[in-house]
Design a protein around this ligand. Structure first.
Ligand code: NAP
Length: 256
């Protein structure tokens, strides 16, 4: 029970990596607040946690809406009286090269992937500055290395990476016991990397992902649970001396 008595908020917790984080952290004793823009998926994840004897609260939340952050935090404090960990996980990817990308596509990506992490970070600090806690921001290897078909995603995830370090320093300087770290998944099997769901022709997407796998030193895409285990470590007190760090979980992709 590595997270006993901790209350954890996971955004985008209804699917993919977020869902795996919710289930794994609940196994370690945390009460999980599962929020998602798709309320029914958040409810399903919460029901799965509860069916195994865990504590979970599903909430509808669009992470891009500032007022929704206030409502979400108020609801959590009302129900659990404290908040210990915030995982800013919700994110989207719009594949389009720099020449063809529209300003609207660019802004949509920044709004969900970067502006919302800013809002979530502010809300988390407000809720945890007197008690301490851990903020975990979902960046990506795409926040470290460039990708010709993901310029807006690259920019947003690079922003998350360095926003995390700035926030970590601010919290330390202010004497808050809040640690702030980023996680950088490589290619992980979720809807975001499913060729059939990709925003490009399926054949092109399949060729893209085959090429990707051939460049992963460990020879396969990762699983959402691989990322959840990293989040678990950063959420727990085992990482008490880690702040402003970036945890890369990518099968060695960026080691070359
Ligand atoms: P996913 O399977 O698409 O799940 C993302 C979840 O976030 C979905 O439930 C989605 O709801 C929700 N969401 C989208 N926009 C939202 C909003 N405005 N407010 C609240 N929730 C919202 O994606 P994933 O692969 O698990 O990705 C999770 C995080 O990991 C993202 O930040 C992503 O950038 C990052 N990441 C993923 C990979 C990868 O290979 N999969 C690699 C590196 C980093 P809907 O489905 O209803 O839109």
């Amino acid at each position: 029970m590595r997270l006993e008595n901790k209350v954890v908020l996971v955004t985008g917790g209804g699917a993919g990596i977020g869902k795996a984080i919710c289930l794994r952290l609940a196994q370690e004793g945390a009460a999980i607040v599962v929020t998602d823009i798709d309320e029914s998926s958040a409810q399903a994840v919460a029901a799965e946690i509860q069916s195994h004897g865990g504590k979970a609260l599903p909430l509808h939340q669009d992470v891009t809406v500032e007022s929704a952050w206030r409502e979400t935090i108020d609801r959590i404090l009302q129900q659990f009286e404290s908040l210990n960990v915030v995982v800013n996980n919700a994110g989207i990817a719009i594949p389009e090269n720099i020449e063809d990308m529209t300003l609207d596509q660019w802004r949509t990506t920044q709004r969900v992937n970067l502006d919302a992490v800013f809002l979530g970070t502010q809300a988390a600090i407000r809720a945890m500055k007197d008690t301490g806690g851990s903020i975990i921001n979902m960046s990506s290897i795409e926040g470290i290395v460039g990708n010709p078909i993901l310029p807006s995603y690259n920019a947003s995830k690079g922003g998350v990476r360095i926003l995390t370090k700035s926030t970590a320093l601010h919290c330390a300087d202010s004497g808050y016991k809040i640690r702030v770290n980023s996680i950088h998944p490589g290619f992980i099997k979720t809807a975001m990397t499913d060729p059939e769901l990709a925003a490009m022709p399926t054949e092109m997407a399949e060729a893209f992902f085959q090429e990707v796998v051939s460049n992963i030193p460990l020879g396969e895409m990762g699983l959402p649970s691989d990322i959840a285990n990293g989040v678990l470590f950063l959420a727990s007190d085992e990482s008490r001396y880690i702040t402003g760090a970036e945890l890369v979980i990518d099968g060695g992709y960026t080691a070359r």
